[in-house]
Structure formats: structure tokens, C-alpha cells
Write a protein that binds this ligand. Structure first.
Ligand SMILES: [Zn+2]
Length: 292
């Protein structure tokens, strides 16, 4: 008995992204395709979105166009591939404030957004630091931070403080403080609804970028490797990976990275007419597949 369907939906990609950005210690100039994704969690009469992607203009466009991004689709099109209308999304869980995860809040006019308190307040602080420390907020769009504060004032964004059990039925929120970002959050879905669940999925955001970080691929199977560009550094990231794997009863294959192009090797998936992949991580009992 599965409560939720979970789909990871690509909405854009960079064809040749440096591996060295995703896997610490990688040299040699190798590249791979980097998809940008959000995840739909649907069941119990709810459609929840994890992350909102970005609007392809201004800060985001200036950044990604230099890396060769040209296949961006708006949520109406990208989510349409799994039969979801952005207007019907009521709850959005934002893993962190980087432009590619929090830059698309405007596309979800009826949603309430949830973000860790530390994530928003520390980015506000970070924007005020001296210019020579500016690298701190690389890939954070100041306009997104302002937008989040505005939505908080309109009671459409709520800040979560730390870990929350059963935030939604069967769904726990977990804080990974000072890791990839100041207040990165991962989402634990106990898909049988039980406290000692045997059917757990973890949506990791960017605490892992790829299967390599989880020891599921790459030259060192079973050994975690961190990504780079984290606020908190290697130890914080490895620790977060271990916590996520433990939450998934020790199975790294149940921890889902946000930027992994090979999800289709482990889960049913299909590629849409726009060249973007939709992956079915889980299917709620009685629900028809959206990838077959
Ligand atoms: Zn990202």
C-alpha cells in the first residue's frame, strides 16, 4: 500500500556540465548532462511540489546561458507531462534557496511555500557581507530572497525551524544545517505511512547531486563523495549523506538527487517531446503510471 506517487520532472538541462562541480576530487575536465528538476508528490488528496525551478530570465538566464542551456520549459509544460497543473499545487517544500530551486515561485499562484528559517535568514545576512566575501552567495539570486520575504509577509511562505516529523501525512522534513547551504532541507517520505516504514524515499535536493555522491556509481562503490561549492564543506555534506541513507533504512538507492541524469537506469521513465525526462520513483496504490 503506497500513499504517494512521486515523479521527478526535468524542466531544463545543461548538456556539458563539469563533473568537477558535482563530485569533489574529480579532475580531467570530464563533463556530463546536468538536468534541472523538481519533484511531484501526489496522494492523500494533495499535490505537493518539492522545489520550483527557475524563471529563465534575468539572473538565472545570465548564469545558465553561459553554460549552454537552451531547453527550459515552464512548469505548465514540464509538469503537464505528469498531468499536473501548476495552479493545483497547494504545498511547496523548498530544499534550499539556490536560483534553480527557489527561482520559480511565481509559477505557483495558489501554493504555500515552506523553507527552513535558517535558509532564509542567513541568506539575508549573506547578502549584506563585504564584497570580498561575495562567493558565499554564488548561485543565490537576491531577487528570489526578496520575493521569499515578501511572500512571508503575505502569509504565503512559512519558515520551518529544524526537523519536523509528520509535517504532512507520512512526510518528515529534515534540516541539514550549514551543509550545501545554510539551511538545506531534505524530505523523507514514509510511503506506507508507518513510523518504522519499510518503504522510504528521500528527496535530497542538492545534498547529493548524483549517484556518485552516494557511492552508487563512480570508481569507489559504497564510498560517499561530497559535491563541491557547499557552505559547510566536506564533513557536513558526508554527514548529511549518511543521515539521508540511514533515514532510507541504509539503502542509498532510495535517496534521490535533484541533478542526476541517470534516474532512468533505476526507475521507469520516459523522455518527452521536449527532450526532458520524467521519472516515476513511486506510484500510489491504484494510480496509473505516467511514464508508460
Ligand atoms: Zn541545484
Amino acid at each position: 500500500m503506497a500513499i504517494y506517487s512521486i515523479w521527478v520532472v526535468e524542466f531544463a538541462s545543461i548538456r556539458h556540465f563539469p563533473e568537477s562541480f558535482m563530485i569533489a576530487g574529480t579532475a580531467g575536465g570530464q563533463t556530463r548532462r546536468l538536468p534541472y528538476t523538481y519533484a511531484v508528490v501526489q496522494g492523500e488528496g494533495r499535490t505537493v511540489l518539492v522545489d520550483v525551478g527557475f524563471a529563465w530570465r534575468d539572473y538565472a538566464k545570465a548564469l545558465v546561458d553561459t553554460m549552454g542551456l537552451d531547453d527550459w520549459q515552464p512548469p505548465k509544460v514540464a509538469l503537464g507531462a505528469v498531468g499536473v497543473d501548476p495552479e493545483t499545487i497547494t504545498d511547496v517544500l523548498i530544499t534550499h534557496a539556490h536560483f534553480d530551486h527557489m527561482g520559480g515561485m511565481e509559477f505557483f499562484p495558489r501554493a504555500t511555500f515552506y523553507l527552513q528559517e535558517r535558509e532564509l535568514t542567513k541568506w539575508v545576512w549573506s547578502l549584506s557581507v563585504d564584497a570580498r566575501l561575495k562567493k558565499l552567495h554564488f548561485t543565490v539570486n537576491p531577487a528570489d530572497i526578496l520575493h521569499a520575504v515578501k511572500l512571508a509577509g503575505e502569509e504565503r511562505l512559512r519558515l520551518v525551524c529544524g526537523d519536523r516529523d509528520e509535517f504532512l501525512p507520512g512526510i518528515d522534513l529534515r534540516l541539514a544545517e550549514d551543509s550545501h547551504t545554510w539551511g538545506s532541507m531534505y524530505v523523507v517520505i514514509r510511503n506506507d505511512g508507518r513510523a518504522d516504514s519499510e518503504d522510504v524515499w528521500v528527496l535530497a535536493g542538492d545534498l547529493v547531486h548524483t549517484f556518485d555522491n552516494l557511492g552508487l556509481a563512480g570508481p569507489t562503490p559504497g564510498i560517499y563523495t561530497s559535491g563541491v561549492a557547499g557552505i559547510g564543506g566536506q564533513y557536513a555534506l558526508l554527514n548529511a549523506i549518511d543521515r539521508m541513507v540511514n533515514a532510507a533504512a541504509g539503502d542509498p538507492g532510495r535517496v534521490i538527487p535533484a541533478h542526476e541524469e541517470r534516474l532512468g537506469e533505476r526507475f521507469p521513465s520516459r523522455v518527452t517531446a521536449h527532450g526532458l525526462r520524467v521519472t516515476e520513483i513511486a506510484l500510489a496504490t491504484g494510480t496509473k503510471s505516467r511514464v508508460k
